[in-house]
Design a protein around this ligand. Structure first.
Ligand code: SAM
Length: 291
């Protein structure tokens, strides 16, 4: 691939999906896009780029999707789901006792294992949540992964990754060599296409947001912008869960790490107080707000 084509693709991917490719990732681009070019009847990346430059929008979306990394599995990393069961749910069950509703967002859900893991955690608390309105919203940039997520159908290999066997038996039906998650669990999750680079205020406020293993692909400014908007999408006492290699520290002061739970973040209310004052904050007030 020539350098000009690579630069064009880097710029386009950064604008469209936030993917921040370093200068030495040609091999990655080639390994993902040469098969796509061939499938579209083109010999290679030069022709693919030419076609994209002439305004082939569907092809451009396919290129953006082909460059996303969709790796995921049930109960990935385990700890975030322990935080959900042991910290977020007990706290929110008390806090929402009058309202009796919970909204949870899986913000880069890939093929659906994350939102279905959340749904199974909640289903396991069915007694405590009887009569509650539960909404799990699962979004992703890629339409392909969303289609699979909606189907709820997984291979033997996929259900063997992270899913406890008792949950497999309880919530899945075997269809030939595949397994489909029950309509009841599937019905708990609404799937929608959404690009985290764009405005998502229309989704409303959430009690818990899972935004895991997607921000690692973005540069610092993009992360800061997304954290700011995630903060606005969270209820004041809501909680954010990030991936094991992700943090807000040094990137955004909209959130602060939970004092005891690694990977769990709370809204930085002090920051809100200071911001709420509007304009420049006198030194004296900054000190008060930080106490
Ligand atoms: C590695 S998967 C993470 C899946 C899941 N959250 C987990 O931790 O297992 C990253 C997902 O982010 C999605 N993604 C990438 N860029 C995105 C963007 N700008 N907006 C929304 N989703 C995006 C990809 O399509 C992919 O499915």
């Amino acid at each position: 691939m020539n350098l000009m084509d690579y630069d064009f693709l880097r710029k386009l991917l950064k604008e469209r999906s936030g993917l921040d490719l370093s200068a030495d990732k040609q091999y990655l681009v080639e390994s993902r896009l040469i098969p796509l070019a061939r499938k579209a009847g083109m010999p290679g990346i030069a022709e693919l780029v030419q076609k994209m430059k002439s305004g082939a929008e569907t092809l451009t979306s396919e290129v953006v999707e082909a460059m996303t990394t969709n790796e995921t599995f049930f109960f990935r990393d385990k700890i975030p789901f322990d935080h959900l069961r042991e910290t977020a749910l007990p706290t929110l069950l008390k806090a929402r006792a009058n309202r009796r509703s919970l909204r949870i967002w899986s913000a880069a859900c890939s093929t659906g294992q994350e939102p279905y893991s959340i749904a199974m955690c909640l289903k396991e608390k069915a007694q405590e949540l009887a009569g509650w309105r539960i909404e799990i919203v699962a979004t992703d940039l890629s339409q392909d992964v969303l289609e699979k997520a909606k189907s709820g159908i997984y291979s033997q290999f996929e259900v063997q990754r992270g899913l406890p066997v008792q949950l497999l038996v309880k919530y899945f039906t075997q269809i030939g060599e595949h397994w489909q998650i029950s309509p009841e669990i599937r019905g708990m999750v609404q799937h929608r296409q959404l690009n985290l680079l764009q405005d998502f205020s229309h989704l409303g406020k959430f009690d818990v947001i899972f935004c895991r293993n997607v921000l690692i692909y973005f540069d610092q400014d993009t992360k800061t912008g997304i954290f700011g908007r995630l903060a606005r999408a969270l209820e004041p006492d809501g909680m954010l869960l990030l991936g094991a290699a992700e943090t807000v520290v040094g990137i955004s002061d909209a959130f602060r790490p939970h004092p005891d739970r690694r990977g769990l973040y709370l809204l930085n209310q002090e920051k809100k107080v200071v911001q709420g004052l509007g304009g420049a904050v006198p030194q004296r007030l900054r000190v008060v707000a930080a106490r």
